[in-house]
Design a protein around this ligand. Structure first.
Ligand SMILES: [Zn+2]
Length: 262
């Protein structure tokens, strides 16, 4: 006779698996037998697309689908200012630094991580910012841009399947990039008669990787959002490219895509 397990327990076993625990450890932690754990993962499926087949969390290792809204956003966050580190053995974590001034970003970042994987998210408080970290064995599968050294020291090109997801939701990708490494700032210009200032908002994105800048501008082009860029020479450091979006209609469009940080 089969004992019925709750969905929650079954999901939990898969979540722990993505964290790199062994079947034995998972069984102990969830209070189920090791056979049950293995059955859920490798057992015969009732139907190929059965909802109970939750082994498909990683779309690169199996046939799972990445969340079409969360993934382009998270990719933007990762490419802008995130990094992948190693916890132990094959368990990695994705880290996104969120400025404490923007608690909304921290929440959205946490939600996006959880929508992509059943990760366990933990937060590390630093001065002025909080690092949001999610552990999984699969980050490097879905962010193949990971590699040794800094992002600007290597070629950053999207794989075809990533490009497809970005092309489907360029707005979500732009939102992620601007949230991590961009800003909406007020530009002040003194009036010609010297009395007071004109103020107008504009969006900026600065990065030393020209590849990443080009990914942003390609997404902006796709949405017909005009932009300008300039290069800041900063010897002996690397040149920094800044993309700015400042035309009134374009800023209004960006406000609907990115919305001011909160
Ligand atoms: Zn994987």
């Amino acid at each position: 006779m089969h004992r019925m397990y709750s969905r929650k327990i079954i999901d939990e076993t898969f979540r722990l698996k993505t964290l790199g625990l062994t079947d034995k450890q998972i069984a102990a932690q969830c209070g189920v037998s090791i056979f049950a754990v293995r059955h859920w993962r490798y057992g015969t499926r009732r139907t190929p697309e059965s909802e109970s087949d939750r082994a498909d969390y990683c779309p690169r290792c199996s046939t799972g689908q990445l969340d079409p809204e969360a993934y382009p956003y998270l990719l933007g966050l990762y490419l802008g200012d995130g990094y992948i580190g190693r916890l132990h053995r094959d368990v990695t974590y994705l880290s996104i630094a969120c400025c404490d001034t923007w608690p909304g970003l921290m929440i959205e970042c946490t939600e996006a991580m959880s929508a992509v994987f059943p990760v366990s998210v933990f937060k590390v408080q630093r001065q002025g910012c909080t690092e949001v970290k999610g552990a999984s064995t699969h980050w490097t599968c879905i962010f193949p841009q990971h590699g040794p050294g800094k992002k600007h020291e290597r070629l950053i090109a999207l794989e075809a399947w990533q490009q497809e997801l970005v092309d489907a939701r360029p707005d979500r990708f732009i939102r992620g990039l601007i949230h991590s490494d961009g800003c909406r700032a007020l530009n002040r210009i003194r009036k010609k008669n010297g009395e007071g200032f004109y103020e107008y908002p504009r969006y900026h994105f600065s990065n030393v990787s020209t590849d990443i800048v080009e990914l942003l501008t390609a997404a902006l082009d796709q949405l017909d959002i005009p932009w300008k860029s300039h290069v800041k020479r900063q010897e002996p450091y690397l040149d920094q490219v800044t993309v700015s979006i400042s035309r009134k209609a374009a800023v209004a469009r960006m406000d609907t895509i990115v919305s001011p940080k909160y």
